[in-house]
Each structure stands twice: as C-alpha cells, then as structure tokens.
Design a protein around this ligand. Structure first.
Ligand SMILES: Nc1ncnc2c1ncn2[C@@H]1O[C@H](COP(=O)(O)OP(=O)(O)OP(=O)(O)O)[C@@H](O)[C@H]1O
Ligand SMILES: [Mg+2]
Length: 257
C-alpha cells in the first residue's frame, strides 16, 4: 500500500501489555499504537500471541477464564478497563471477525441486525443498514435480494463476509480480523481483501495473517510478534524491505524462500 493519509493520534494505545495464564506468559511487555483509517497487520509464527493480542483490544480475552491482563489499553484516550466501560458496547465499537465464520442459526437478515437489536437501534432503520452493511462487505449483489434464507446455506466465503457485514452494521470504529481468510479459497480471499481495501480509509483495521503476501497487499503498518513479544513495528514496506531486527528478517525471508 503506497498512498498515505495524515496520521492523527492513535485510536488505540497499548502500553506494557502483559497477558499470563497460570505460570506462563503469553504476551510480554507489548507497546503498540493502532492508528485510525489505517490497516495494521499482525504477523508472526503460530503461538506467538497474535490472537491473544487482538482479543485483549476489545476485552474479548475476558471471555476466556484464567487469563491475567496487566498494562494499559486506551481506546480514544479512555482506559478500556475503567469500571465505567461496558464491555458489550466496547465490542460494538471495536468489532471482531474470526478465522472460522461464526454465523448465527438464523436468516441472513437477522444475522446482520443482531447487534442492532441489542443496542436499541430504531427498527425502521434496519432495512437501510442491512443493505448498506452487506454492500460494504461485498455480499449484497450475490444475494440477489434473498435475505430470508438461513445463513448456513451460504458458502464459507459468503458466511465470512456476512460476519463482516454483521460487525459493520453497528458502525465500529475499529475492526479486528483474526486470519479472516484462513479458511477461504482464493476468490473469497480476494473479496475479503477488497472489503478491507474499501474500509481502510474509513475505520481502523487490525488484521492477523499468516500470509506475508496478504500483509503486504492490504496493510499500512505491520507488527511482527515472536514468542509473545512485539519484535518490530513499521510501515509495511519498510518492515518487509528493511527490517531492523534479525528475528524479523529470519521470519520474512523464511516465508519468501
Ligand atoms: N487460555 C489459554 N490458556 C493457556 N495458554 C493459552 C491460552 N490461550 C492461548 N494460550 C497460549 O498462548 C500462546 C499464544 O497463543 P495465540 O493463540 O495467541 O497464538 P497465535 O499467534 O494466534 O497462534 P496461531 O498463529 O496458531 O493462531 C500459545 O502458546 C497458546 O498455547
Ligand atoms: Mg491465532
């Protein structure tokens, strides 16, 4: 990605984040900024803590018992662990899409309005929001107006884009994507990448990927994690062409070679 937008203050500021499970440390002293209207890619070997990292950003990590979180995370300047912060609302502002599409056992339409019913959106707005969200997720045309079908009847790639539409319906400011194309074929992967490209100047996106080529295609900045630590973060081209850390270089050359 080459064009740049003026970079404002970070939308999420992570400082000295540490996540532990009983005796072991999963994330150690991670300090990272996520900027608005940019795509941040998170790369690193399996087990390096990528999923745990993005799950801490919207407090999803709390749904897994036994993990301790230390350090500070600010979203738009506010400490997300402040007792006044409602985690359910936080997860609408900072939405998430998982590797395996997690559609709900209901119609396509009801999947998209799920969060709108929870946050008290006026139902007369539903049709408009559903259309707009499916359009932005690159799914509307394919569905040809048939939104009453069970979501399970969609292909895997379509289900993933439905999950993106569901996350977008509640107007997130940040979208966290954990290997969103990990289980998809190349054409569905391309569609999801096109969606990321469309959203990239509107909201902040943090995308975990095992594909260095994908990180290079879709992201503005890339963060390299290794054994629970953030080794290096830089503009994507810089990280791939001139990494400053030997660990980063070993990882990216290993994958290219
Ligand atoms: N709830 C938990 N309890 C104990 N250990 C955990 C827990 N969740 C994750 N871990 C450990 O933390 C480490 C990082 O896991 P995580 O899922 O964040 O890695 P990852 O980088 O996303 O890996 P992958 O690329 O395979 O998805 C792993 O060693 C994992 O076993
Ligand atoms: Mg993972």
């Amino acid at each position: 990605m080459t064009d740049t937008v003026p970079v404002g203050p970070p939308i999420i500021e992570v400082r000295n984040l540490k996540v532990g499970a009983s005796e072991r440390t999963i994330l150690d002293d991670v300090t990272l900024d996520v900027f608005d209207r940019q795509v941040t890619a998170v790369i690193g070997p399996s087990g390096s803590g990528k999923t745990t990292f993005i799950r801490t950003l919207n407090r999803m990590v709390e749904t897994t018992p036994g993990l301790r979180v230390e350090g500070s995370i600010r979203y738009q300047g506010q400490d997300i662990h402040d007792p006044r912060v409602n985690p359910v609302l936080l997860r609408q502002r900072i939405g998430m899409v998982f590797q395996r599409p997690a559609v709900f056992p209901m119609s396509i339409y009801n999947n998209v309005v799920f969060g709108l019913r929870l946050n008290g959106t006026d139902p007369s707005e539903f049709d408009r929001i559903v259309g707009h969200s499916l359009e932005r997720a690159g799914l509307l045309k394919e569905l040809q107006g048939n939104l009453d079908r069970p979501a399970f009847e969609l292909s895997g790639g379509q289900q993933q884009r439905l999950c993106i539409a569901r996350a977008l319906a509640v107007k997130p400011r940040v979208l966290l994507m954990d290997e969103p194309t990990g289980s998809l074929d190349p054409i569905s992967t391309q569609r999801v990448e096109e969606t990321v490209e469309e959203l990239r100047r509107e909201i902040a996106i943090v995308i975990v990927t095992h594909s260095i080529a994908q990180a290079a295609r879709v992201s503005d900045r890339t963060a390299y994690f290794y054994q629970g630590r953030l080794v290096e973060v830089a503009p994507t081209e810089v990280l791939f062409e001139r990494p400053t850390q030997k660990l980063t270089e070993e990882y990216i050359t290993g994958r290219f070679g």
